[in-house]
Design a protein around this ligand. Structure first.
Ligand code: ADP
Ligand code: ADP
Length: 239
């Protein structure tokens, strides 16, 4: 099965009698071509959920499948390969490499694993232009605004793969946090477009209600429990 499946996933941060269940029997299935939003108050478990979905953090209980791989049975090496090949992370802090220019941020994985072809460069350039970074290809992170850094990180997540292009699963943590309204819509609609045209499974944690209209489903995290909210189309009225 492609996409992401979690079954009865629980995460305890501390063992013993006063342990906290940051996630409490969470089950969810995100199919290829599906764009899911997770909303909920601070401390409800959203970051924990995303970290487990991205195989950055181990669950205490439950099963997780990423694009058909049962991640609890994999070695650390296999896990890191899955992360690299299957998952595009868009995190709050953009984690750009300080000494690489914008274009090279996108090509670094490809460079490390072989040769960068002209079409790789063209694809990366086109994506950056779509995100309004056409004039920043040679800029270093320190020369970028917060929003430009975020957009660079998003572009990288969309193509972060040794074969360039196409991790199957996109995990986004507040991708619009540092963007103005216009850019926020551009970025999330770009993610939505990728999800549909390339059949990716995507999860976006967000506080931004305006972005829910791009999502197929909205879940709410409450005290570690993940609940399906109404369809986003009925939550948000188009203006
Ligand atoms: P979010 O609520 O946006 O998911 P995170 O869980 O990613 O935030 O937290 C990022 C950092 O910011 C954490 O150190 C968290 O403790 C802090 N933080 C997030 N929201 C708040 C808040 N409302 N008040 C205080 N600290 C917060
Ligand atoms: P959110 O992203 O919704 O803000 P988190 O997943 O960050 O929520 O946190 C969920 C719960 O787990 C909170 O009660 C938080 O204090 C706790 N928690 C998060 N990270 C840790 C940690 N590393 N150690 C102990 N408790 C943690």
């Amino acid at each position: 099965t492609k996409g992401l499946q979690m079954s009865e996933v629980t995460k305890y941060y501390a063992e013993g009698s006063n342990r906290i269940a940051a996630l409490d029997h969470v089950s969810i299935s995100v199919e290829p071509g599906e764009f899911v939003a997770v909303v909920g108050p601070s401390g409800s478990g959203k970051s924990t959920f995303l970290s487990i979905a991205g195989a950055l953090l181990k669950a205490s209980e439950g099963d997780i499948k990423l694009n058909g791989y049962n991640i609890s049975t994999l070695t650390a090496k296999e896990l890191s390969n899955i992360r690299l090949q299957e998952i595009g992370f868009i995190m709050q802090s953009s984690n750009l490499v300080p000494y690489l220019n914008v274009l090279d941020q996108l090509l670094i994985v490809k460079r490390m694993s072989g040769k960068v072809k002209r079409e790789d460069k063209e694809f990366a350039t086109k994506l950056l232009e779509e995100l309004g970074l056409g004039s920043k290809l040679k800029s270093l992170p320190e020369e970028l605004s917060g929003g430009e850094k975020q957009r660079t990180a998003i572009a990288r997540a969309l193509i972060n793969n040794p074969n360039i292009i196409n991790p199957n699963i996109i995990l986004a943590d507040e991708p619009t946090a540092s963007l103005d309204t216009k850019r926020a819509h551009e970025v999330v609609s770009l993610i939505a477009q990728e999800v549909k045209s390339r059949q990716k499974a995507a999860i976006m944690v967000t506080h931004d209600e305006r972005m829910l209209e791009y999502c197929d489903k909205v879940y709410r995290m409450e005290d570690g429990k993940l609940l399906l909210a109404e369809s986003s189309r009925s939550v948000v009225t188009h203006g």
